[in-house]
Write a protein that binds this ligand. Structure first.
Ligand code: G6P
Length: 368
């Protein structure tokens, strides 16, 4: 397989820019774009009406996608979700008696811990499904149901387009599950799939913020530490944003649920600490806003990712604000991923690291 960087300086940047296209493709295998009805990709047949509990597991970025997936399944289908990093799921040997489906998320389909977890779930007699990007991988071969992300080959070690495709697959799957379980009626289904179809356009719009984010990254590159905060659907994004930054820029970064700020990380805040806050104007906004004010009161330097409504709320006087378009909640994890990717990317470029091949990391980890 030969993949070219084209006119891009790095594979990572090329892959960031491929997202409008590949999330659209991925959506197309979960939604019939002519009728707006959800469906499962060819070969998969999961009837969610009999599924009350799902055990999710994955590693790395896939784990954060699964964390968003849990919010989606619980919110749109009222399916309870257990969630573990695969290395813990496998060895924790948790009782799986109440679990109806084990769902794995993996770009490569070869991660040893995830594969071991899949095999463990099968041994216990569970039905298994995998959201996987590489068709001919071990996980794709061994799972009962394969739900492909159509991100295409991802070369940059730090995952970008595979992540947003995983989010898209999970969102569509949760809507499907809601339909099967009678939680979403035909009209709501059309509404939600209509919203999901807006994702490529919104991601494209957000890509236009690259210059502004590159400016910010010159400043970020002078820092030793960074904190990322988010609530609800934005909490997993805080974790993913911190992971991206540390993976490729080697700046120490931590992601936290914004509500946990006062239980520890607030002790770290002073005027040298950048705090990236992911705060779309959703049901969590007011609570996040008060966390932002707590950071501001302690001199922390705020980088606020929000939308027009959130920016208009004027929660702090002095923040670097990146304004994204307003959008329905289900889309925020997908669209807000993009500025986080660009921030990590440009910070790493500033620092002169090997963006596509960061030290000590491998694209696919085949040892436990
Ligand atoms: C490695 C990669 C990450 C990836 C993780 C899980 O750590 O560097 O980008 O998220 O493995 O890989 P998978 O292929 O199972 O998604």
């Amino acid at each position: 397989l030969y993949v070219d960087k084209g006119n891009y300086r790095h594979f990572m940047l090329k892959e960031i820019y491929e997202q409008p296209e590949v999330i659209g493709h991925t959506l197309g295998s979960f939604v019939d774009l002519t009728t707006g009805r959800t469906r499962l990709p060819r070969g998969a047949s999961i009837d969610f009406s009999s599924i009350g509990r799902i055990a999710l597991s994955a590693c790395g970025t896939g784990y954060y996608a699964a964390l968003v997936g849990r919010y989606y399944f619980e919110r749109y289908a009222r399916i309870a979700c257990d969630l573990d990093v695969a290395s813990e799921f496998r060895y924790r040997e948790s009782p799986l008696d109440d679990v109806d489906l084990a769902l794995f998320v993996s770009q490569s389909g070869e991660t040893a811990d995830t594969l071991a977890s899949l095999r463990y779930a099968k041994e216990t007699g569970l039905s298994t499904a995998a959201i996987v990007n590489v068709d001919e991988s071990s996980i794709a071969r061994e799972a009962d149901h394969v739900l492909p992300t159509l991100a295409g080959p991802e070369i940059g070690v730090a995952s970008t387009k595979a992540f947003t495709c995983q989010l898209m697959a999970l969102a569509a799957l949760a809507v499907r599950a809601g339909v099967d379980r009678g939680r979403i009626d035909a009209r709501q289904e059309l509404e939600l799939t209509g919203v999901l179809q807006e994702a490529p356009r919104l991601v494209n719009e957000v890509l236009h913020l690259e210059e502004q984010i590159a400016d910010l990254s010159r400043h970020m590159a002078t820092k030793k530490h960074a904190l990322f905060l988010g609530r609800g659907l934005s909490f997993p994004l805080a974790l993913e944003g911190a992971l991206k930054l540390k993976e490729i820029s080697y700046i120490h970064a931590e992601g936290y649920a914004a509500g946990e700020l006062k239980h520890g990380p607030i002790a770290l805040i002073d005027d040298t600490m950048p705090v990236v806050v992911i705060a779309p104007h959703d049901r969590s906004f007011d609570k996040t806003a008060s966390n932002v004010q707590e950071v501001a009161a302690r001199g922390g330097e705020i980088i606020l990712l929000t939308d027009r409504k959130g920016a208009a709320a004027g929660i702090v006087d002095d923040a670097h604000t990146i304004v994204l378009p307003d959008m329905p909640e289900i889309l925020t994890p997908i669209v807000y991923s993009v500025p986080l990717q660009l921030l990590a990317y440009h910070t790493a470029v500033q620092m002169g690291t090997d963006v596509d091949q960061p030290r000590n990391l491998a694209k696919s980890v085949t040892v436990e």
